[in-house]
Design a binder for this molecule. Structure first.
Ligand code: NAP
Ligand code: MG
Length: 494
């Protein structure tokens, strides 16, 4: 059976199922994006040179250098914070919510108009499949701006700020590389709706869509300094979050850096929200609709190459159906197409960086060494770029590192359970608490288990669903504060 579904990917990355039905390559055209040879920093409404240092961003699917990007030093960070402060004092905090909303609606519409350009650029700079950037990331980005535009003139009904909610001032925002534009939207849309101005630092490996967003701010005639984008690496982020004139720090990234930021902010008046890592349990009971569950498992761990903080990276399957479910899962995995992110048929794109690939390899090797059994479908990976095949580990126990640590790649650890109580016990046995999934036919069981899981988001009979109206965030080492929904306003209001 497995034979029939073998997928191999050629050196150009196109997937070829060996079942008689070859997929022709269906590449999205790159010609819609205009990548400049070099980019400056976006400060006070203009692109400026910055202190002089620069770094390169590459396409992780080919290792081709895409552009050179300015690296903001402490003086550049200071100039950006000053621009944001001026814009806050003179313009943005004085506008009515209705006026702010007009800008947000305008930005949302331009994002829709330029959606193909944004999606292609995101896939080139990040490595994610075009069908995800096109159908998931960019539409949710636009939806976020529309949603928070709607709040801008209704903040007194938000339940926060005692009927007269006030903005905080300047927000310093630092985001990771896995959903560059989406994380930008989660940060910028609520901040602006509430009347704050922002300085945002995208991740070093994925700065290009944030810089395109800066152009969109210009196109929308957003007043100068309301949004500032400073590129750079960890040091730039550190300078931003520790700048004394920043009133609010919003961070998404690793738990380790999150802890360092919490220490840097402790004892100051800065308000802090942290969205950190996760090790979500996806729990499948014996009465679950198995084929739907298999789709949910695949979506849970292979969406975005598994570079998802809320990924369902621990599969907890009831022992009585484990064999059947794993058989069907392996068959489904054999149809996943790994390769060119710009091909519309691609399911799994490139790993974002050499460092991340190394980390995935390392932790997977630990899985082997600790006695878990590794399986991947036969799959020939492209010659250049960073790739990792969809992988599952069975025979995993709670003590294994691959059951405890975030791999942040297309690697699923499979554990089994016998009773609902054991499932909950195992699911909660983690330092994280971001998300979880429950698959069962019984509504009452869904409600009971969801109540017992210590996770910010619990999906039932689905996984990885996002909507701007729904708050997202974690417990324990997954951070604190919520993004999205009415709750997402709280972090940006006094
Ligand atoms: P990371 O190393 O923590 O980086 C996140 C961002 O912080 C990047 O822009 C990074 O810059 C910057 N940074 C690094 N050191 C810093 C410091 N000392 N002070 C201020 N900023 C600093 O995380 P990553 O490896 O890029 O991203 C993957 C991690 O993010 C995973 O652990 C994942 O779980 C987590 N994540 C969580 C969520 C969520 O919503 N909870 C969402 C997405 C990702 P450079 O990378 O440019 O050096
Ligand atoms: Mg990093």
């Amino acid at each position: 059976m497995a034979e029939k579904n073998v997928v191999s990917t050629g050196s150009t990355g196109e997937a070829r199922p060996a079942n008689g039905f070859d997929y022709a390559p269906a590449p999205e055209s790159r010609s819609i994006v205009d990548i400049k040879a070099s980019y400056g920093l976006f400060v006070n409404g203009e692109f400026v040179d910055g202190g002089g240092k620069a770094f390169k961003t590459i396409n992780p699917a080919t290792e081709e250098v895409l552009a050179e990007v300015a690296e903001a030093d402490a003086a550049d960070v200071d100039a950006a914070v000053k621009a944001a402060r001026r814009a806050y004092d003179r313009v943005w905090s004085k506008l009515s919510g209705r006026e702010r909303a007009k800008y947000l609606y305008r930005i949302a519409r331009i994002i829709q108009e330029r959606s193909r350009e944004l999606a292609v650029l995101e896939s080139i700079d990040n490595g994610k499949p075009i069908k995800e950037s096109r159908d998931v990331d960019v539409p949710i980005v636009a939806a976020h701006f529309f949603y928070y535009a709607g709040w801008a003139d209704k903040l007194e009904y938000s339940g926060y700020g005692g009927g007269n909610p006030q903005p905080l001032g300047v927000a310093g925002q630092v985001i990771p590389w896995n959903f560059p534009l989406l994380m930008l939207a989660w940060k910028i849309a609520p901040a602006l709706a509430c009347g704050n101005t922002v300085v945002l630092k995208p991740a070093e490996t994925t700065p290009l869509t944030a810089l395109l967003f800066a152009e969109i701010c210009q196109q929308a005639d957003l007043p100068a300094g309301v949004v500032n984008i400073i590129t750079g690496a960890g040091e730039t982020g550190r300078a931003l979050v520790s700048h004394p004139d920043v009133d609010k720090v919003a961070f998404t990234g690793s738990t380790e850096v999150g802890k360092a930021i919490a220490r840097a902010v402790a004892g100051t008046n800065k308000k802090l929200t942290l969205e950190l890592g996760g090790k979500a349990a996806n729990i499948v009971f014996d009465d679950a609709p198995i084929d739907q569950a298999v789709e949910g498992i695949v979506d849970g761990i292979f969406f975005n190459q598994g570079h998802v903080c809320c990924a369902g990276s621990r599969l907890l399957v009831q022992e009585s159906i484990a064999e059947e479910l794993l058989g069907r899962l392996k068959r489904r995995m054999s149809t996943l197409r790994v390769g060119d992110p710009l091909d519309k048929n691609t399911d799994i794109g490139a790993i974002n960086s050499a460092e991340q690939l190394e980390r995935i390899r390392e932790l997977s090797a630990v899985g082997d060494a600790e006695g878990a059994e590794r399986w991947s479908p036969p799959c020939e990976l492209p010659q250049h770029g960073f790739w990792f095949p969809p992988t599952i580990f069975t025979g995993v126990s709670q003590a294994h590192r691959i059951a405890r640590e975030e791999i942040f790649g297309p690697v699923l650890s499979v554990l089994t359970f016998r009773t609902p109580a054991e499932a909950v016990e195992k699911a909660n046995n983690t330092p994280y608490g971001l998300s979880a999934g429950v698959w069962t036919d019984k509504g009452s069981r869904i409600l009971k288990i969801a109540n017992e899981l210590r996770a910010g988001v619990v999906w039932a009979n689905t996984f990885n669903k996002f909507d701007p109206t729904s708050p997202f965030g974690g417990y324990k080492e997954s951070g604190h504060g919520r993004e999205g929904g009415r709750h997402g306003l709280e972090g940006y209001l006094r």
